[in-house]
Design a protein. Structure first.
Length: 302
């Protein structure tokens, strides 16, 4: 993987994203450029499936940096996210020392709490030096983690360091590129947001979504791609429990091409709604006349 310097302007940032098929608004490219220049974490909020996680992947690919991903979930703790000690290996070392008659407890304690027995999890890995430069650290779906873990992140995101009581403080020689995402299932505390630059990632407009579909679904026809985007855009205006994101649009467009569909029909849309809508109540609502009307509107525009 070749290493590339961070973009030198907002326009260059836009080009970098576009080169990997990520068609961003200029406002997103601007805040991303600033986060890279200022060595500040970038906090991205938005509905699931709008492309927040993809930004970290694009940065890793285009800049030639290692991608380290911490997937958040309820109950996530320091042992899973930062570090833990290899207790089994430590116990073996203690027993071997006792068998050899080594009674220097201070030296033994120093030995078993050395880096050799330290298991490094994503946050600690992100602070290590790397020959290709600081890695891209993706802290994904932080809103799923507990508030206690969110509070622990304050030291990491403000000073880019981790304190291990038995070992000492480990500080990154250069700050990693940090992308924090949230689907806003709960509010993230202001103390953490203050350490980051912020951007709300919204659903793309029709023009950008059409460009995304053409880029991500090779071979899709001009007619079908236009109808797919028109239908999805109209679908998002409905009062659903969960509107389809860009990821669902790409999945649906791919499914339609696999079925050799040339144009949308009420039948083919009804058979493939599960690629767009993930809740049965939403699928049930989008049946009969409601479905037929959206399909007619989408096909009449193309």
């Amino acid at each position: 993987m070749s290493v590339t310097a961070p973009p030198a302007s907002v326009d260059a940032t836009l080009e970098l994203l576009t080169s990997r098929g990520y068609f961003a608004e200029r406002s997103l490219a601007t805040v991303l450029f600033l986060a890279l220049r200022m060595n500040r974490p970038l906090f991205l909020e938005g509905e699931a499936g709008v492309g927040k996680t993809e930004i970290a992947k694009v940065l890793s690919s285009t800049l030639g940096r290692r991608l380290i991903r911490l997937q958040c979930y309820e109950g996530l703790d320091v042992a899973s996210a930062v570090y833990e000690w290899n207790s089994s290996a430590q116990m073996i070392a203690i027993r071997l020392a006792e068998a050899a008659g080594d009674t220097d407890r201070g030296q033994l304690s120093s030995d078993i709490f050395s880096e050799h027995y330290l298991i490094k999890r994503p946050l600690l890995q992100a602070l290590e030096p790397n020959v290709s430069g600081p890695p891209v650290l993706l802290i994904d779906e932080l809103d799923r983690a507990d508030e206690a873990f969110e509070a622990y992140l304050l030291e990491v995101l403000s000073d880019f360091q981790v304190t291990i009581p038995e070992f000492g403080t480990i500080k990154a020689p250069a700050p990693p590129i940090v992308i924090v995402t949230s689907n806003r299932t709960r509010e993230i505390h202001d103390a953490l947001k203050r350490r980051c630059l912020y951007h709300w990632v919204d659903y793309p407009n029709a023009q950008r979504e059409l460009a995304i579909v053409k880029s991500r679904v090779p071979g899709i026809s001009e007619k079908l791609s236009a109808q797919v985007v028109s239908f999805v855009q109209a679908l998002r205006e409905q009062d659903f429990y969960k509107s389809p994101g860009v990821a669902e649009t790409i999945d649906w467009a791919t499914a339609l091409t696999e079925l050799d569909a040339r144009a949308l029909t009420a039948e083919v849309v009804g058979d493939t709604l599960g690629a767009l809508l993930k809740y049965q109540d939403d699928i049930t609502r989008m049946q009969g006349d409601a479905l037929a009307k959206l399909v007619k509107d989408a096909t009449s525009e193309s």
